[in-house]
Design a protein around this ligand. Structure first.
Ligand SMILES: [Zn+2]
Length: 114
């Protein structure tokens, strides 16, 4: 994955939000990264730290939460955690799985200075 471009896009999104909502200094950006999103948290943090130097977000840190991969069986409708890339239902062994979470990344919250 291209952590640098993802970090860049987080940076721009948050900066826009800060200006639009006239937020005070942002201390933390809460990120939720899917276990199967292909995004490396360390690499993303490293990229973000490089981008933020000498900007309005110089003091802002990322708080990353890894979201486990969750699937829903299309045959028996049960939800379960997908482990070790085993894409079949642990209840009925169907392979018809819909991925519910864990494939993408989102900005969960912004923590601003009091
Ligand atoms: Zn099932």
């Amino acid at each position: 994955m291209h952590e640098l471009s993802i970090a860049q896009s987080i940076f721009e999104t948050v900066l826009q939000e800060k200006e639009k909502s006239r937020l005070p200094a942002i201390e933390k950006i809460g990120l939720r990264i899917g276990a199967m999103s292909g995004i490396l948290a360390d690499s993303l943090e490293f990229s973000f730290d490089a981008i933020k130097i000498d900007t309005e977000l110089a003091e802002t840190n990322l708080e990353i939460e890894i979201v486990p991969l969750k699937g829903c069986c299309q045959s028996c409708r049960q939800e379960f955690k997908v482990e070790n890339y085993a894409f079949f239902c642990p209840h009925c062994e169907s392979g018809r799985i819909e991925v519910m979470q864990g494939m993408d990344m989102e900005i969960a919250y912004l923590e601003v200075e009091d």
